[in-house]
Design a protein around this ligand. Structure first.
Ligand SMILES: *Cc1c(COP(=O)(O)O)cnc(C)c1O
Length: 402
């Protein structure tokens, strides 16, 4: 599975045995689990979604998990559950997938971007502190900040959490990349420094349900709200109803919700995949360690490992050192694609997208994000990658950069 970064016909033709940048790992158990769900009584709203949610709770140590049909939906639900609406301000990282910002726009909120740390590509707590100070002076503080655990390495959540307490904003972690990672000896999603954490199960991510996402939280009221809004705002729980139920068939729509439910087929796949979460993350880390060794003498900046974190290594991102790369990133990227290496770029700073430009953002809004974007290339990393395939990636990089 590759997410194209541009129109396919603009990319250089690649040899047929291209090594993708990411790929799902589907085993016989996964297939059996989905077939089992397909022949069961429930294709949706059955027992497997709650079982998958329990598996997510167990893996993250979060008391509550609410599955949804995508991380994008889960981010929207998270913003809604925290009361985000028109007139509110939401800040996120510019180096992320557009969904990290779009979720606020769905709620009618205004969006702004906090610059990144140059070595982890995560929202910089220092930049956040500076921006908050300026925002406090003009009385326009954010209601919600959405840090993104870029590539699978957690942001410095203690610093971000401390700022949240001081300035009174909510925090939603976009952990779409980071299932199975840890921060300060706790799994990402435990939520020690945030209200809600969101995960994605798109096929390139750590664990897949084809399409799918989830939100974890330690707050029972938020969990109930997420679950209510996921399914039309309808409840069958008499305790939550405003009137006396007419009978056991009674349901009440007590809020305006959506249909963001995950199917039983997706949950069956996710539940089966979750049994291998540890294996997935260990393998990705072993391959990342091997890249660190094999690429150490090339003119590249390799991903920085931050103390206190263990990355799940959704992505392995190298940065070119301008001086050594005559043609620049574009030439290196194209040369790698021609050699059958399915490189990609994560991400174009969100504010550069035409939709956001129309809202008034300009290129250069976040200088560190720009500098990162000019130099970054994601190279292949996935659970089923062999060392021989990895050696091919390394050889191609060596050839192109020499
Ligand atoms: C993949 C991704 C999303 C969206 O996930 P979907 O499940 O495809 O909706 C959101 N944020 C980040 C950082 C992502 O990488």
């Amino acid at each position: 599975m590759q997410q194209p970064t541009g129109r396919r016909d603009e990319l250089p033709a690649a040899p047929s045995e291209t090594i993708p940048y990411g790929r799902q790992a589907i085993g016989p158990d996964d297939i059996a689990a989905v077939v089992d769900a397909l022949t069961s009584d429930y294709l949706t709203q059955g027992p497997r979604v709650p079982q998958f949610e329990e598996a997510l709770s167990a893996a993250t140590t979060a008391p509550f998990a609410v599955a949804a049909n995508s991380a994008t939906s889960a981010l929207h639900l998270a913003c809604l559950a925290l009361g985000t609406g028109p007139g509110d301000l939401v800040w996120t990282s510019p180096v992320s997938f557009v969904a990290s910002a779009n979720c606020a726009r769905y709620c009618g909120a205004d969006v702004d971007f906090v610059d990144i740390e140059p070595d982890t590509f995560n929202m910089a707590p220092e930049a956040l502190a500076e921006k908050l100070e300026a925002a406090a002076r003009i009385g326009r503080l954010p209601k919600l900040v959405i840090p993104v655990h870029m590539g699978g390495q957690s942001c410095r959540m203690d610093a971000i959490g401390a700022l949240a307490k001081r300035y009174g904003f909510h925090v939603v972690e976009d952990a779409s990349h980071a299932l199975g990672g840890s921060y300060a000896n706790r799994p990402v999603g435990a939520g020690a420094h945030s209200d809600i954490t969101v995960f994605s199960f798109h096929p390139v991510k750590i664990v897949t349900t084809a399409e799918g996402g989830a939100a974890t939280t330690a707050d029972p009221a938020l969990a109930a709200k997420l679950a209510l809004l996921r399914s039309h705002g309808i409840t069958r729980d008499p305790a939550l109803m405003e009137g006396e139920p007419d009978g056991v068939w009674a349901y009440e729509q007590v809020d305006l919700g959506w249909n963001y439910r995950m199917t039983e087929l997706q949950a069956a796949l996710g539940l089966s995949q979750m049994r291998r979460l540890g294996q997935f993350v260990d393998r990705r880390n072993a391959l990342a360690d091997r890249y660190d060794r094999l690429l150490s003498d090339l003119p590249l900046d390799l991903p920085a490992r931050q103390a206190e974190t263990r990355s799940s290594f959704h992505l392995y991102i190298v940065r070119l050192r301008e001086a050594e790369t005559g043609g620049g990133r574009r030439a290196v990227f194209d040369a790698l694609r021609r050699r059958g290496i399915g490189v990609n770029v994560h991400y174009i700073p969100i504010y550069r997208q035409p939709y956001y430009r129309r809202l008034g953002f300009r290129a250069g809004h976040c200088p560190q994000a720009e500098r990162y974007y000019d130099r970054a290339i994601s190279i292949p990393l996935y659970h089923g990658m062999t060392e021989a395939q990895q050696d091919r990636v390394v050889a191609a990089l060596r050839e192109v950069l020499s």
